[in-house]
Design a protein around this ligand. Sequence first.
Ligand SMILES: Cc1cc2nc3c(=O)[nH]c(=O)nc-3n(C[C@H](O)[C@H](O)[C@H](O)COP(=O)(O)OP(=O)(O)OC[C@H]3O[C@@H](n4cnc5c(N)ncnc54)[C@H](O)[C@@H]3O)c2cc1C
Length: 185
Amino acid sequence: MQHARIIIIGAGLSGLYAAHLLERLGVANVLVLEARDFIGGRIAGMPADGGSDRFDLGPAWFWPEQQSALHQLVDELGLQRFAQYDQGDMLYQRAAGEAPVRMRTYASAPPSMRLIGGMNALTDALHGTLRSTRIVTGQEVRRLRHAAEHVEVDSVDAAGAVTTWHAGHVLLALPPRLAAAGIAY
Ligand SMILES: Cc1cc2nc3c(=O)[nH]c(=O)nc-3n(C[C@H](O)[C@H](O)[C@H](O)COP(=O)(O)OP(=O)(O)OC[C@H]3O[C@@H](n4cnc5c(N)ncnc54)[C@H](O)[C@@H]3O)c2cc1C
């Protein structure tokens, strides 16, 4: 059985940011358990040919005036941004199998900002700040048990093997719907 002071469940933006903040506070022995075999969660861009840049498939924009903490983090990590291009027409496809239609684009106000390299630049940069945090991918947490002095965390890998971890504290960094449906307490 392996012990961590804090186990964070989920290596999406929330889990990586929590690990970043804990390291900044000097908290040692933090472990992140991630169900999938990659980090970033819903920020999962598609590799663009050859380089490290990725096409944003879902989360793509941020709005500095409305997301001030995110804006500050983008600055702190030294990420380069640009305003969403909004001139001319756009192609819009409502559903797979339907032909895209040409529409006039619109300017968003305040302007939508994007990151050079795609939104994964943010999760990759956060990951890059982590020095002592251990991230284990391919471990889907299925059960939390509250013992006298600690919390027991059971996770399952792709082959169905169960691992039990001990933690002083557990931080759920996954959507509440998944936390309720996928984990027994
Ligand atoms: C299509 C789409 C477009 C969006 N566009 C924008 C946008 O333009 N701008 C914006 O600001 N926001 C946008 N969002 C919202 C944004 O993506 C989310 O707010 C953000 O990515 C959530 O991060 P998170 O870490 O909280 O959750 P997630 O990214 O969902 O991360 C949770 C992680 O937990 C893991 N996990 C789940 N269950 C378990 C388990 N049992 N054990 C271990 N690991 C587990 C998952 O695999 C995942 O990696 C968009 C969302 C979607 C879906």
